[in-house]
Design a protein around this ligand. Structure first.
Ligand SMILES: Nc1ncnc2c1ncn2[C@@H]1O[C@H](COP(=O)(O)OP(=O)(O)O)[C@@H](O)[C@H]1O
Ligand SMILES: Nc1ccn([C@@H]2O[C@H](COP(=O)(O)OP(=O)(O)O)[C@@H](O)[C@H]2O)c(=O)n1
Length: 216
């Protein structure tokens, strides 16, 4: 495996921001795996399907066209909720596995962000970060992001969403959200974006030195 950076963590912790800055810094391709689950959820809702119907959700995942990741609908509050509901179905996760594995297996390396990158998709990744922040800080960031996109929603509603999503993502049987044993925890609650990126870069540089010199 090339130099793969796995960035996992709960909703609105800032993992996508860190992952895309790391990708730019190292010149690596990046995959936001949350968008895959979001697009599967949106597709299923568009087709009038039920998010709890495992078979229908798997059909939606198998028919996914990557162009659908570009749709603005996948970035909404409703899409985040739909994503976490379809993500509990093992058939959905299986349908999205090969694509994520292939992305991680690119010769030159890659950056992937999600919930199970360090544990399931790329357990052998040489650099792993688990990015977190308090539920209140995450809710504040998500609230600003969604209202900035024109959604009308209260801070309290977003905080409730975040808590429910943490519970569902961490509690599911298949590939629950979890910090890999060899991942470094990065709590960004009190960090600005540049500070969080600097801290992430230091962690990744340490991992890269070890990767480049395994016996050293
Ligand atoms: N350290 C930070 N301080 C303040 N805002 C942040 C920080 N990190 C990310 N954000 C903002 O919070 C929102 C969610 O960040 P994002 O990286 O998309 O989170 P995730 O990928 O974990 O859901 C975005 O609007 C982003 O600009
Ligand atoms: N690797 C991944 C990525 C996302 N997901 C699911 O997809 C949902 C949306 O992921 P996301 O990363 O876009 O969510 P945010 O952190 O941006 O809110 C999560 O709540 C998870 O349920 C997953 O199960 N596995």
């Amino acid at each position: 495996m090339g130099f793969v950076i796995a960035v996992d963590g709960p909703a609105a912790s800032g993992k996508g921001t860190i992952a895309s800055r790391l990708a730019a810094h190292y010149g690596l391709p990046m995959l936001d795996t949350g968008l895959l689950y979001r697009a599967v959820g949106v597709r299923l809702l568009d087709a009038g399907g039920d998010l709890d119907d495992a078979a229908a959700a798997e059909v939606s995942a198998r028919g996914l066209d990557l162009a659908e990741l570009e749709r603005p609908e996948v970035r909404t509050r409703a899409a985040g909720e739909a994503a976490s509901r379809v993500a509990v179905h093992p058939g959905v996760r299986a349908a999205l596995f090969d694509l994520q594995r292939a992305f991680a297996g690119q010769e030159g390396g890659a950056v992937l962000d999600g919930r199970d990158i360090g544990t399931v998709i790329a357990p052998e990744a040489p650099a792993k970060l688990y990015v977190t922040a308090s539920p209140e800080v995450r809710a504040d960031r998500r609230w600003k992001q969604l209202t900035g996109q024109g959604e009308t929603v209260s801070f309290e509603e977003i905080l409730a969403d975040i808590r429910k999503r943490d519970e569902r993502d961490g509690g599911r049987k298949d590939a629950p959200m979890a910090q890999a044993e060899d991942a470094t925890l990065l709590d960004t609650s009190e960090m600005t974006i540049p500070l969080a990126f600097d801290a992430a870069l230091r962690i990744v540089e340490t991992a890269r030195a070890r990767w480049g010199n395994p016996k050293g």
